[in-house]
Design a protein around this ligand. Structure first.
Ligand code: ADQ
Length: 456
């Protein structure tokens, strides 16, 4: 198997071993043997002539440094200032530049060129995410005919949004060079099919097959899961740890509300703080009794919109704490850093409410992690945005519109006062889904579907 993603988690990286997608992919590669190819995360003055190879048993990790120019134009430019905001419905933040698009194509071509010599005749090729949409098409141009699959981790936007991008047609055409294209939700798939039928003049053939741009491919939903078992066990083994005890000994009992997100405008963090302000105004009886713990490590700080969202959050968190705090209570603990998984589980488990309110999210794994970490005998309540892919599966959460601050405020209050029986019932419903569809199921289902290619 050959996996290509923008970033590669080399197995010796102990942080990556902590779990998640990286480990699921490493495990699959260990079983089948293969290559994981992508950007090293390093930026250098000039593009290196060869990738760096690192052998670990049957797996070769091949990583390429990016030149400063490519980093600025491909990664920060087209991927993160055009595709990311557009795919998250933020036309207002979408900055398209022909130069950045050319760099995006150039890096994809460069990746294809370096990947070719590493390919073996029977390989299955699995490419991940919006940075690498044209990679499959580049490989096809070099004569590669073997099965290639692509999984999009972000939402796929509605036709009217996507067509605002000048290069929309060539991007979708590139997607059609794959044998298999996977999305998180029915919504994303529907938006893609809408484009195929109404913009590309393609056709839906049934049985997950479509025909477009002279190619037949399979398109399907594969909602990503988590390592449910690890979070359940982690939660159970930690329930008496010192940290959980100290978190639980909140002066007014267990009244933490938790948010955990990369600091990204798609996560609805400013709107979340405004909803929390609305909650304190509407339900003053909770003043002094609940604290919102918002964990948000900075990401993509070289992109101006990310510096701006960080500044706005600091302003609002400071303003709210100034407005409501007492000498012995602050309403918001705003933590700008990363935590180990075990620590996150402690935060999740100690929190009465999980407040997960992205404006748009492909899936949102934090939602799933929060639920799986709960104490089955005393589970917390999740308030979840309807715009997170996870809301499709976890429909016994309290589903909210993150732009309806009063609605979110009411859901927080409902979560804080929900009777144990109802909490258990909702939690059991969600756990059934999470146990049935884990990270490994997602991975194995995708690989199995790819193995069946070509589908004609
Ligand atoms: P992300 O946008 O990064 O992922 P998410 O799905 O929530 O969003 O995954 C974040 C991961 O990072 C979670 O596993 C979480 O535990 C971890 N994390 C977040 N904050 C952390 C912190 N402070 N310390 C440590 N770990 C932290 C993209 C898409 C999503 C999609 C995933 C997977 O944007 O929609 O669900 O890929 O496909």
């Amino acid at each position: 198997m050959v996996v290509v993603s923008n970033r590669v988690a080399v197995a010796t990286d102990t942080k990556a071993r902590a779990g998640g997608l990286a480990v699921a992919i490493q495990d699959a590669l260990q079983q089948s043997g293969g290559v994981w190819f992508g950007w090293s995360g390093k930026v250098v003055p000039k593009t290196p002539s060869e990738p760096t190879l690192h052998e670990a048993g049957p797996v070769t990790y091949a990583t390429l440094d990016l030149s400063r120019k490519h980093y600025n134009e491909y990664y920060n430019g087209f991927a993160n200032r055009a595709l990311w905001p557009l795919f998250h419905y933020r036309l207002d933040l979408t900055a398209f530049s022909q130069e950045h698009y050319s760099s995006y194509l150039e890096v994809n071509k460069l990746f294809a060129g370096h990947l070719l010599p590493l390919l073996e005749p029977e390989d299955l090729i699995w490419i991940h995410d919006y940075h690498l949409i044209p990679l499959g098409e580049q490989l096809r141009r070099s004569g590669i005919t073997r099965p290639m699959g692509f999984f999009l981790h972000t939402p796929f936007p509605a036709l009217e949004i996507l067509t605002a991008l000048p290069s929309h047609r060539s991007l979708v055409q590139a997607l059609c060079a794959y044998d298999l294209v996977g999305f998180h939700t029915e919504n994303d798939l529907r938006a893609f099919l809408d484009y195929i039928v109404h913009e590309a003049g393609g056709g839906i053939m049934g049985n997950h097959l479509i025909h477009a741009f002279g190619k037949t491919l399979r398109v399907e939903i594969f909602p990503i899961g988590i390592e449910t078992d690890a979070f359940e066990k982690g939660g159970a083994s930690l329930s008496r740890s010192q940290k959980t005890e100290s978190l639980r000994s909140h002066p007014h009992g267990r009244a933490w509300i938790i948010g955990v997100d990369r600091l990204d405008y798609s996560k609805g963090l400013v709107e979340r703080l405004l909803s929390f302000e609305c909650f304190l105004d509407r339900y003053p009886e909770f003043k002094g009794k609940v604290t919102l713990v918002q964990i948000a490590p900075p990401s993509r700080s070289e992109v101006p919109e990310y510096r701006e969202i960080q500044r706005m959050l600091e302003t609002h968190a400071g303003r709210l704490n100034g407005r409501f705090a007492e000498f012995d209570w602050v309403p918001i603990n705003y933590l700008n850093k990363s935590y180990q998984r075990q620590e996150l589980i402690q935060f999740y488990r100690a929190s009465r409410v999980g407040l997960i309110t992205p404006l748009r999210d492909g899936m949102n794994l934090v939602a799933k992690e929060y639920v799986a970490s709960q104490d089955p005998e005393d589970p917390g309540v999740m308030v979840l945005s309807r715009f997170a892919g996870a809301a499709r599966e976890l429909d016994s959460a309290l589903i909210v519109n993150p732009l309806d601050f009063e609605g979110v405020a009411d859901a927080i209050a409902r979560g804080l006062t929900m009777p144990l029986e109802e909490r258990k019932e909702r939690w059991n419903g969600m756990m059934e889904t999470l146990r049935g569809n884990t990270l490994n199921t997602w991975r194995d289902d995708f690989i199995e579907a790819l193995r069946q290619a070509p589908y004609e």
